[in-house]
Ligand binder design. Structure first.
Ligand code: ATP
Length: 413
C-alpha cells in the first residue's frame, strides 16, 4: 500500500525549504521544495501539486524536489468496513497501557461510526476521564451528553467509577454488609461473627477489590443501554481504564464465586439462627442478607464478563505505542485476555514517528528505537496474529471533533 520513494520535478525557484502535505492516507515529506505546495491529487501511482507562484514576479518557482513516501499514515488494515457492517449492536472496548492514546482512538472510532450512520455512544469508565478533553466539550455528570459538531447522533458518557462504588457501598451497608455482623454480634452469636470475620465479608463490602469500580461502571452502562429507549444505538465504544484494572475486572466473578461459595454455606446456619432468635424475642429482621447482595453483585459482574467474552457482539482492541515496554505489556495483556476468552483481533500501534526526509539526530535515534519495538510484534506469538494498525504521531494535539475526524481517517480504514 505504501508508495515507494518517488521523485518529480516542478516549476519552483529558490528558497529550498522543507514541507509536508497530506491527503487521504498519505503524508508526503517534500525536501528541496518551496512551500507552500498545494497537493492537488494523489492516488497509489500518481500525484500532482499546484506550483506556488512567486508573489513578486508572479512566475512559478522552479527547482527540483523530491517526494519521499511515507508509508501510509495508517495502512488500510483496520478493516473498518467489517467493523461498521450491520445494525446489530456491537461493543468495542479500547484498552492498553496508560497514556498510549486509548481515549483518542476510542473517540475517533466513535466519530467514524457516527459518520457512517451508526447512532453511537462513547463511554469512559477510566477514573481519570479524558473524553471531555478529547472532544473539547464538557461531558461530565454521568449522563449521556450529545457531542456537538456531528451530523449523526453521537453521545458521550463519563461514568465515575468511584461514585458507582460509593453507591454500592451505601446500598450494601443498608442491606447488610457490616450490619449483618453488628446484628449477629448484638444477638450474641459470636461464633458466627468470627466465621464471618474470617470470610472478610464486611471488608469485601466496605473495601471492594480492585477492578470492582470499573466493573460496576460498565454494568451501570449495560443497564442503561439495555433500556428500550436506547435500543437505537448500534455501536457502543468503551474507553477503558489502563490494563491492570481490566484484568482484575475480568477475574472478579471468580473471586466473588469463591467468597460467595463459602458465604452461602453459612447462610443456612445464619437463617436458622436468626429464626431461632426471632422466635425467642419476636423480633422481625427484614434486612436483605449480605450474601444476597453479593449474589446480585456476582450476577452483574458475570454479565460484564460475558459481554467481554461475546464474540458476536464484542471486540477488545489493544492500543499500544512503539516502545519495548508498551509492546511487552500488550503481549501480556493479550495473553490474559485470551485466557479469559475475550475476543481480540486488532492491535493499534499509535504515535509512530512519520518518516522524514531530513532527520535530526534525536528523531533518527527515536525512529530506530521505534522500529526495533515494532519488529518485536512480528516475532511475538501473542501479537503477531493480530491485525496491525499503525498510526502516526501527529504534530498537533488531537482535540475536538475535526481533529478526531482526521485521526479516524488515519487509523480506522
Ligand atoms: N497519534 C497521536 N499523535 C499525537 N498525539 C497523540 C496521538 N495519540 C494520542 N495523542 C496525545 O497523547 C495524549 C494521551 O492520549 P490519550 O488521552 O488518548 O491516551 P490514553 O491512553 O487514553 O491516556 P490515559 O491512560 O491517561 O487515559 C493526548 O494529549 C493525545 O492528544
Amino acid at each position: 500500500m505504501a508508495i515507494s520513494t518517488v521523485s518529480a520535478s516542478l516549476s519552483v525557484h529558490r528558497f529550498p525549504v522543507k514541507a509536508s502535505a497530506s491527503m487521504g492516507s498519505f503524508v508526503f515529506h517534500i525536501s528541496k521544495a518551496k512551500t507552500p505546495l498545494t497537493l492537488l491529487k494523489i492516488n497509489r501511482r500518481s500525484f500532482s501539486f499546484a506550483p506556488v507562484t512567486n508573489p513578486t514576479t508572479r512566475t512559478p518557482y522552479t527547482t527540483q524536489f523530491q517526494v519521499r513516501s511515507v508509508a501510509a499514515t495508517a495502512e488500510a488494515v483496520a478493516g473498518f468496513d467489517e467493523m461498521s457492517v450491520g445494525t446489530q449492536r456491537k461493543y468495542y472496548m479500547l484498552g492498553g497501557k496508560g497514556g498510549v492514546g486509548k481515549t483518542s482512538c476510542a473517540a475517533s472510532l466513535a466519530v467514524k461510526f457516527a459518520n457512517h450512520g451508526h447512532p453511537t455512544i462513547v463511554v469512559s469508565t477510566d477514573p481519570a476521564h479524558s473524553l471531555s478533553d478529547s472532544f473539547a466539550q464538557d461531558l461530565t455528570g454521568g449522563m449521556l451528553v450529545p457531542v456537538d459538531g456531528l451530523e449523526s447522533p453521537l453521545f458521550a458518557l463519563e461514568i465515575n467509577p468511584e461514585k458507582a462504588r460509593e453507591e454500592f457501598r451505601t446500598a450494601s451497608q443498608k442491606n447488610g454488609g457490616t450490619g449483618v455482623k453488628d446484628f449477629m454480634d448484638s444477638m450474641g452469636l459470636g461464633m458466627l461473627v468470627d466465621q464471618l470475620g474470617e470470610l472478610k465479608l464486611g471488608e469485601l463490602l466496605d473495601t471492594p477489590p480492585p477492578g470492582l469500580d470499573e466493573a460496576l461502571a460498565i454494568s451501570k452502562v449495560m443497564q442503561f443501554v439495555e433500556a428500550p429507549e436506547y435500543s437505537m444505538f448500534t455501536r457502543i465504544v468503551f474507553d477503558t481504564a489502563p490494563t491492570g484494572h481490566t484484568l482484575r475486572l475480568l477475574s472478579l466473578p471468580d473471586f466473588l464465586d469463591a467468597s460467595i461459595g463459602k458465604i452461602l454455606k453459612l447462610k443456612q446456619k445464619l437463617a436458622s439462627a436468626t429464626s431461632a432468635i426471632k422466635s425467642v424475642f419476636g423480633k422481625e429482621e427484614k434486612q436483605e442478607d449480605a450474601s444476597d447482595k453479593l449474589e446480585k453483585l456476582r450476577e452483574r459482574m458475570k454479565k460484564v464478563r460475558d459481554l467481554f467474552r461475546d464474540t458476536d457482539s464484542t471486540e477488545f482492541v489493544i492500543v499500544t505505542i512503539p516502545t519495548v515496554m508498551a509492546i511487552s505489556e500488550s503481549s501480556r495483556l493479550h495473553s490474559s485476555l485470551k485466557k479469559e476468552s475475550v475476543p481480540v483481533k486488532r492491535l493499534i500501534v499509535n504515535q509512530i514517528l512519520p518518516p522524514s526526509a531530513s532527520d535530526c539526530k534525536f528523531c533518527a535515534m527515536k525512529r530506530k528505537d521505534q522500529n526495533r519495538a515494532i519488529e518485536m510484534i512480528g516475532d511475538d506469538p501473542e501479537l503477531s496474529g493480530l491485525r496491525l494498525i499503525k498510526a502516526p504521531l501527529v504534530d498537533v494535539e488531537i482535540r475536538g471533533v475535526p481533529a478526531l475526524k482526521f485521526m479516524a481517517d488515519m487509523v480506522w480504514k
